[in-house]
Ligand binder design. Structure first.
Ligand code: ACM
Ligand code: ZN
Length: 475
């Protein structure tokens, strides 16, 4: 009796066949326009494997399936016919290199895992209050000074008096993009604006509303100094930055942030007030939407699409061509935007923020989260949910072991929501396959959370969460 085929993410349809299939890979790739984009049909028989697909991505995912079949079946390929296609077109993961650098080799390791799980968007957070991490020709000082801070003061988890610095050279960024291209992963850079810009304002304080000195921060938080959106020089600076970054990054999307941007200083800033008046804007919050649309317009001239965090919608609606990323959205503004035509990516803070401990977001909760189950969404809105993304912020993550521990196996659960149809999901079957896959990943040098950590009993969850927040708040 053949064991039921179970891989991660689980394919759309599997017909298991009797017979012995070779484990040597005699694979033929056959173009078939009837197969869905990114999908594939794999026919595994004793005389070889045929993979049918309508695009390169489909062939690649067919190969990824074969590799995992071997892992899950102890090295052999079971005879079967598998038809598969993704649930969502956008299947993302975010890594924050601004708070703590992640080495090129570690990023590649994460990309290998992402590709195995059929994720296809790498959202790379490269600029924040705690550092600007890209080599630039247009603003060399921004790289040189914006990438340095006075140590780490992120609670008790990451604390050091030693100067912290680092950035990626253009060659390293190109190397990552090329690596991702081979694995059909698009690299989406994020330059967060107008908030989370202390590293930029440290170098160019005249671009802030107060025009006073700003430090590159060494502690987590939300800071009041923002880029001044009333100062025309700000848009000029952003355009020059985008000119260079759009040459470097080739993805369809460019993330322009927009989260956690306090509007307090805008209220008394003469430039912001003038801009609001001249453009008949309703509020200081609306100025942020107006600014994002100008940046979006500029990106459009370069054939790029803008993504923003949902926070921006506090200031009103934004042009339908802007994609909204939902993370913390009590008023469901992102889903309302989806109902009226904006494309939306779901990164719900609960439970897709994997920088928070397993006690807070256990594997089971990640697996069971349905990104489109929400009363605020209309059927039209559901169609505008292009996918999901799991962010990994690094205020409290300064080493690869911790990074991997937080992601594995939660990435596995997340990837199944991203790729597999809801009717094919089953937690018990998933968990069994996840344990096998984690064993293999551990052999390959990854750190995965142990069985006891991934789904803790309630009392352990509580102590895990308390421990985290104590460390978080420790001065
Ligand atoms: C966010 O977590 N501030 C988008
Ligand atoms: Zn201002």
């Amino acid at each position: 009796m053949i064991k039921m085929i179970r891989i991660i993410p689980q394919p759309e349809k599997i017909i298991e066949k009797k017979g012995v299939c070779q484990n040597e890979e005699n694979i033929s790739f056959i173009a078939d326009g009837s197969v869905a984009s990114e999908g594939y049909r794999a026919v595994i028989s004793p005389d070889g494997v045929k993979i049918y697909a309508s695009d390169e991505r489909g062939f690649f995912y067919g190969k990824m399936t074969l590799e995992q079949l071997k892992i899950q079946s102890g090295g052999t390929l079971p005879c079967a016919e598998i038809s598969d296609r993704p649930e969502y077109a956008y299947r993302g993961f975010m890594l924050d290199s601004a708070r703590h650098m992640i080495s090129v080799s570690e990023i590649k390791k994460m990309i290998d895992a992402a590709a195995m799980l059929k994720l296809n968007k790498f959202h790379w957070h490269l600029s924040d209050d705690q550092g600007f991490r890209i080599e630039l020709d247009s603003f060399p000082e921004l790289t040189e000074k914006g990438s340095v801070r006075k140590g780490d003061n992120f609670g008790s988890m990451c604390r050091s008096d030693k100067e912290y610095s680092g950035y990626y050279t253009k060659a390293e960024i190109r190397e990552i993009i090329a690596y991702c291209r081979e694995k059909f992963i698009d690299v989406i850079p994020e330059i967060d604006m107008p908030g989370h810009t202390s590293a930029i304002l440290h170098v160019y304080p005249n671009l802030s509303c107060k025009k006073e000195p700003v430090e590159v921060k060494n502690r987590q938080g939300i800071y009041k100094d923002n880029l001044c959106m009333g100062n025309p020089e700000t848009l000029g600076f952003i355009k020059t930055l985008l000119d260079e970054l759009c040459e470097l990054f080739d993805s369809e999307y460019f993330h322009i942030g927009g989260d956690e941007a306090p509007d307090e200083y805008r209220k008394t800033c003469p430039d912001c007030q003038k801009m609001i008046k001249e453009n008949n804007l309703e509020s200081t919050a609306a100025l942020q939407c107006f600014f994002a649309e100008q940046v979006k317009d500029y990106l459009e001239t370069k054939g790029r699409k803008a993504i923003v965090w949902n926070d921006i919608l506090k200031g009103g609606t934004v042009d339908k061509s802007i994609t909204v990323q939902r993370w913390m959205d009590a008023k469901n503004n992102a889903f309302k935007a989806a109902n009226s035509g904006n494309k939306v990516i779901v990164s719900d803070f609960r439970p897709y923020y994997f920088d928070y401990p397993y006690g807070m977001y256990p594997l089971k909760n990640v697996y069971r989260h349905n990104p489109v189950r929400n009363k605020a969404l209309t059927p039209e809105g559901v169609k505008n949910i292009i996918g999901v993304e799991a962010p990994l912020w690094t205020e409290f993550v300064d080493n690869p072991e911790r990074l991997e521990y937080l992601c594995f196996p939660r990435w596995l659960a997340f990837a199944e929501t991203a790729w597999s149809a809801p009717h094919n999901k089953n937690y018990a079957q998933f968990k069994s396959a996840a344990l096998t896959l984690c064993d293999k990943m551990k052999k390959d040098g990854y750190t995965c959370a142990g069985k006891k950590d991934m789904d803790m009993p309630l009392h352990k969850r509580l102590s895990d969460v308390i421990k985290f927040f104590r460390a978080f708040l420790s001065k």
